[in-house]
Design a binder for this molecule. Structure first.
Ligand SMILES: NC(=O)C1=CN([C@@H]2O[C@H](COP(=O)(O)OP(=O)(O)OC[C@H]3O[C@@H](n4cnc5c(N)ncnc54)[C@H](OP(=O)(O)O)[C@@H]3O)[C@@H](O)[C@H]2O)C=CC1
Ligand SMILES: O=C(O)C1=N[C@H](C(=O)O)C[C@H](O)C1
Length: 266
């Protein structure tokens, strides 16, 4: 039977990619397309932006979740938390791609995974999740004598910084080196900063144009520099990863997972 997929933020950059990917997948069915109350796209056909009619109208009533297998959510933290409550009420699994959560919001997502199955990942692409594995190795091998810096660049419309992916990559290195990102992170430098403190992980955030998502982790030593990079050139990588996650969740009713679980990289 086809997986019945509901999509939140259906008129957003990622929402549209997800609508297109779901309609193109033979083993998936678009169950509902959701936006915020008052959104311009309310009532339109979910495939109207493709010049097509798929028979699913964009709505704002979360009752539309009833009967869905999974909700894919790429919205904003406050939207995701509202959707989380509705998914819990209707027994619908959830794939969360939204970034920018605070600690309490992340804890609420973990808690909900006692009742529904959730894949929560700051980057759904296979490439970035492979990068995580490479960084586990590099972080351990280059633990002493190398300064770690994380650089990311995204489009001008992105609202959170550093990106969720940059934080995840920084956290991966910190953990590989027996530290926590909370203790190691330096998010800004300005003025007379003094020499770089050993053991810190620096972040640099660039924003501009239509850059989909570039991430580089630098290990800078004396006499050499190792750079591990990923550059996205199309948002389909995130949509395809999300559909893989939907298949992964098909036989699950509870539990918290990430893309390392989905891709078998754990
Ligand atoms: N994990 C991953 O692989 C990826 C994650 N992302 C993340 O996904 C999120 C969305 O990115 P993107 O698609 O570029 O953003 P957009 O701004 O293009 O789209 C966001 C969508 O969410 C809707 N929305 C905003 N606030 C709420 C709310 N409170 N309740 C319900 N819906 C809401 C918007 O509706 P409206 O149009 O009415 O404002 C819009 O449809 C970001 O957090 C981004 O970082 C992005 C790409 C990959
Ligand atoms: O907002 C985006 O566009 C992206 N957000 C995610 C993040 O914050 O890491 C993933 C990807 O880099 C694109």
């Amino acid at each position: 039977m086809a997986i019945r997929i509901a999509i939140a933020g259906a008129s957003g950059r990622m929402g549209r990619m997800l609508v297109e990917a779901t309609l193109a997948a033979a083993d998936c069915q678009l169950h509902a397309a959701l936006v915020r109350p008052g959104s311009d796209s309310l009532g339109q056909d979910a495939a109207a932006f493709l010049g097509k009619d798929c028979g699913v109208a964009i709505g704002a009533d979360l009752k539309a979740l009833e009967g869905a297998d999974v909700l894919i959510d790429f919205t904003r933290p406050e939207g995701t938390l509202a959707h989380l409550a509705a998914c819990r009420a209707y027994g619908v699994n959830m794939i969360i791609g939204t970034t920018g959560f605070g600690d309490e919001e992340s804890a609420a997502i973990h808690a909900a995974a006692g009742d529904i199955a959730i894949v929560h990942a700051y980057n759904m692409s296979a490439g970035v999740n492979l990068l995580v594995k490479l960084l586990e190795i590099a972080g351990k091998a280059l633990n002493v004598g190398y300064d770690v810096e994380v650089i990311e660049m995204h489009h001008r419309m992105k609202v959170d910084a550093p990106s969720g992916t940059a934080l995840m990559l920084g956290e991966t290195v910190a953990e590989a080196q027996g530290r926590t990102l909370k203790d190691a992170a330096v998010y800004a430098r300005e003025g007379i900063t003094g020499a770089r403190e050993s053991g810190t992980i620096g972040f640099a955030t660039l924003r501009g144009g239509d850059v989909i998502g570039d991430h580089t982790v630098i290990f800078a030593g004396l006499g050499e520099r190792i750079e591990i990079s990923h550059k996205a050139s199309n948002r389909t990588i995130y949509a395809q990863g999300s559909l893989r996650a939907a298949h992964f969740l098909a036989d699950k009713t509870s539990g918290f997972y990430d893309m390392q679980d989905v891709l078998g990289l754990r």
